[in-house]
Design a protein around this ligand. Structure first.
Ligand code: CU
Length: 161
């Protein structure tokens, strides 16, 4: 039964990593981007980027553009469900981040669409993206790649035990 202590140590470590505050977070001025993630996807296809943007200041800000080396273009989209049940995505030129607001980009809602992937997004790899805000300026983030079809990052799912 020598593997038991090792397994327990391993589980303890991964929980500590997943739950440590400040993991997978980037901030600039009063803006913070939490837990950016994307689903694994192959080169040439389309991907989507999910994350939470928090504005701790009393000033409204706006996300004006997103760029990443992994995609030909990146644009904020909003998924809308029509009265007939069909879904459609609307492209937003800017995404308002009001004072003291928390704006969540998640599956089925707001997301950053990555069009024409220039490389395959491998599960468990990372890539970088740059967000440009009107007030806060540029903010670079590291995006973790999750399983195809994931509804949330692995480590968040793991914390719901
Ligand atoms: Cu989209």
């Amino acid at each position: 039964m020598q593997w038991m202590p090792a397994l327990i140590a391993y589980l303890g470590l991964s929980l500590a990593l997943a739950c440590s505050p400040g993991a997978a977070q980037s901030s600039k001025a009063d803006l913070t981007i939490d837990r950016p993630w994307a689903r694994a996807a192959i080169k040439g296809s389309t991907g989507a980027l999910y994350l939470t943007i928090s504005n701790s200041s009393g000033n409204d800000d706006r996300l004006v553009s997103v760029t990443s080396d992994v995609a030909k273009s990146a644009q904020v989209h909003e998924t809308k469900v029509n009265p007939d049940g069909t879904m459609e995505m609307l492209a937003l030129d800017v995404l308002p981040i009001p004072a003291h607001a928390r704006v969540e980009l998640k599956p089925g809602g707001l997301h950053v669409m990555l069009t024409d992937l220039q490389k395959t997004l491998q599960y468990r790899s990372k890539f970088s993206a740059v967000f440009r805000f009107e007030r806060a300026g540029l903010l670079q983030i590291e995006v973790s790649v999750e399983r195809p079809g994931a509804k949330q990052p692995d480590d968040v799912a793991g914390m719901k035990m």
